[in-house]
Design a binder for this molecule. Structure first.
Ligand SMILES: Nc1ncnc2c1ncn2[C@@H]1O[C@H](COP(=O)(O)OP(=O)(O)OP(=O)(O)O)[C@@H](O)[C@H]1O
Ligand SMILES: O=C(O)c1ccc[n+]([C@@H]2O[C@H](COP(=O)([O-])O)[C@@H](O)[C@H]2O)c1
Length: 195
């Protein structure tokens, strides 16, 4: 029997939004992946100094967003790892922890140009396949490494930045995030005070 193939979507999820969810569901149902795991990063090396909610709060939002979807799972594996969170470290931990699974790294097209600056980028590209979901404003480069597959999928012009800005200015985020996420954001007044 072939090994379970799991897509890993690493992100700050500040907050999780419909773009992440459509990406994850698309990968889990329209590629050869069996499931997608969303890995909440406490501190992306490229987002040091940004206005991040505490990681436990971002995790709770992801948990609420994916409730009831058996193909999706959220991981807090990076919470106990040194910061900033280098993806290669997490991949090494997961490979050891789940030797019977084959992991694929998922990302949006905006992350592809910066990939050569990731820690041990060459090792990631040698040891893992990468499936890239296209993102508005980030056209696929003409030349991609052989490990990279650009997946054909509907473009989603949604970002966590837009959602935080909407909340701050009192605009609706209905449908941009699941109802359960919207409720948690409202009840906790995230981004309405000085966060
Ligand atoms: N609308 C989208 N289309 C395609 N990929 C996306 C989209 N939104 C997020 N992603 C991808 O999901 C992963 C995690 O993204 P992240 O949590 O940083 O969200 P973000 O919306 O890009 O956040 P921010 O606006 O705060 O920078 C990244 O690989 C990113 O490229
Ligand atoms: O490993 C690296 O060097 C590296 C560099 C930049 C980003 N990442 C990871 O990529 C994910 C998305 O990052 P970001 O900055 O788009 O939120 C997040 O999990 C980061 O930890 C990882």
């Amino acid at each position: 029997m072939s090994r379970q193939k799991i897509g890993l979507l690493f992100g700050s999820f500040n907050p999780i939004h419909t773009g992440h969810l459509i990406l994850a569901e698309h990968m889990a149902t329209r590629t050869d992946l069996d499931a997608v795991w969303l890995v909440v990063s406490p501190q992306s090396p490229f987002k040091v100094g940004e206005d991040l909610l505490p990681e436990a709060d971002r995790y709770a939002l992801v948990e609420a967003a994916i409730a009831g979807n058996d193909r999706l799972r959220v991981l807090d594996v990076e919470f106990g790892l040194p910061k900033p969170n280098f993806t290669i470290h997490t991949l090494d931990v997961l490979a050891k922890q789940y030797p019977s699974y084959e992991f694929v790294v998922l990302m949006g097209g905006d992350n592809l140009p910066g990939l050569p600056r990731w820690k041990d980028a060459n090792r990631i590209l040698t040891e893992y396949a990468l499936y890239v979901y296209p993102r508005p404003g980030s056209p696929a480069p003409a030349d991609v490494p052989t490990a990279v597959t650009i997946v054909e999928a509907p473009l989603l012009d949604i970002s966590a930045t837009f959602i935080r800005a909407s909340v701050r200015s009192g605009k609706s985020i209905r449908y941009l995030v699941p109802a359960a996420v919207e409720e948690i954001i409202r009840n906790n007044r995230y981004w309405q005070q000085s966060q």
